[in-house]
Design a protein around this ligand. Structure first.
Ligand code: DGL
Length: 291
C-alpha cells in the first residue's frame, strides 16, 4: 500500500496529518483505499454510519442531520481535514457539513466533475449514482458549470448487489446492461465518459467497463478525490487545534494508522469492510450517536 511518489504531507513539526473520512457505511472505504494509495503518510479516522444507511433513499434534511453529527464526532476525535466520501451526503448536504465544520472539507462531487470535464472530448458525460444523488442534480450542476452536458441515471440496485458481494455475477451484469443501455441512449449516445457517482461502484468498475460502449472512459470519483486531498495537503497547512499542536511528536514515515468508527456492529463492519478496502480492517469501535 505504499507509493514511492506519494507526497510528504507531514506538518512542519514532523507530525502526520489526521484525515477524517465520512461515509454512510462501508462504501467510502473505496475512497479510503484511494487515499491510502496516494497518501500513505497520514493517519486516518473513518466513520461509517452503518446503522442508518442507506442514505441514497433518504431526504436531504435527514442526510444533513446524520452527516453533521458524524463529522462533529470525527473532529472531536482529531480530524484536521474532512473527506466526505459519500456521494449522497456530498450531493445533498455539502454546504451544511461545511458550515458545521471548522476544518477544511473535501467532498467527492467537485473532484469527480472536474476529472470528468478533463476527460471528455465529446463534452457529454453520463453520471450514475443513487436515487438521491441523481435527484439532487449536484453532478449535473458541477459539470454544466464546466461546459459539459450530462445525462444522469439512478442505479439503486447496484448498492445491494455490491454489498452482497455479487461484483462479478450474472445478475449484476444483467442489471448493469439494462441501466447502461438506458443511460447511453438518445442524446447521450455520444457521451464518452461514465462517472461513478457512488462509493460502491468502483468495485464493479471492471464489469461496467465491459458493458459500457467501447469509446467510454470511466471516471472514478474516489481516485479524483484522493488526488485533490493530496494537492490540498501540499498547498495549505492544516489548521491544527491547540490540543493537538501541544504535544508534537516526530513521526517516521511508516504505515498509515487507521481507526474505524461504525454505528452498527463492529464485527460486521470488519467483515464487509475488509472486502471494500482490500486490506484487513481491524481497529473498529462501535459508536452510538444520539439522535
Ligand atoms: N455511500 C452512498 C453513496 O456514495 C451509497 C450507499 C448509501 O446509499 O448509503 O452515495
Amino acid at each position: 500500500m505504499t507509493d514511492t511518489h506519494s507526497p510528504d504531507v507531514r506538518r512542519p513539526d514532523g507530525r502526520r496529518p489526521t484525515i477524517g473520512v465520512f461515509d454512510s457505511g462501508v462504501g467510502g472505504l473505496t475512497v479510503l483505499a484511494a487515499l491510502l494509495r496516494r497518501i500513505p503518510d497520514a493517519n486516518y479516522l473513518y466513520f461509517g454510519d452503518t446503522a442508518r444507511l442507506p442514505y441514497g433513499s433518504k431526504s436531504a434534511a435527514t442526510v444533513a442531520h446524520y452527516a453533521v453529527g458524524a463529522v462533529h464526532y470525527l473532529q472531536q476525535h482529531g480530524a484536521e481535514l474532512l473527506v466526505i466520501a459519500c456521494n449522497t451526503a456530498t450531493a445533498l448536504a455539502f454546504e451544511e457539513i461545511k458550515s458545521a465544520s471548522n476544518v477544511e472539507v473535501i467532498g467527492v462531487v467537485e473532484p469527480g466533475a472536474s476529472a470528468a470535464a478533463a476527460a471528455t472530448h465529446a463534452r457529454r458525460v453520463v453520471v450514475i449514482g443513487t436515487d438521491a444523488t441523481v435527484a439532487s442534480h449536484a453532478y449535473l450542476r458541477a459539470l454544466e458549470a464546466r461546459g459539459v452536458s450530462v445525462k444522469e441515471k439512478a442505479c439503486p440496485l447496484f448498492v445491494p448487489l455490491v454489498e452482497e458481494g455479487w461484483v462479478e455475477h450474472p445478475v449484476t451484469e444483467q442489471v448493469a446492461r439494462i441501466y447502461l443501455e438506458e443511460a447511453f441512449s438518445a442524446d447521450s449516445r455520444d457521451a464518452d465518459v461514465l462517472v461513478l457517482g457512488c462509493t460502491h461502484y468502483p468495485l464493479i468498475k471492471p464489469l461496467l467497463g465491459r458493458i459500457a460502449p467501447p469509446h467510454v472512459t470511466i471516471v472514478d470519483s474516489a481516485e479524483s478525490t484522493a488526488h485533490d486531498v493530496a494537492r490540498q495537503l501540499q498547498i495549505e497547512p492544516l489548521r491544527v487545534s491547540s490540543q493537538f499542536a501541544a504535544s508534537p511528536q516526530i513521526e517516521r514515515r511508516s504505515a498509515p494508522r487507521l481507526k474505524f468508527f461504525a454505528t452498527d456492529s463492529a464485527e460486521k463492519f470488519k467483515k464487509m469492510g475488509t472486502r471494500f478496502l482490500g486490506h484487513p480492517v481491524e481497529d473498529v469501535l462501535h459508536v452510538d450517536l444520539k439522535e
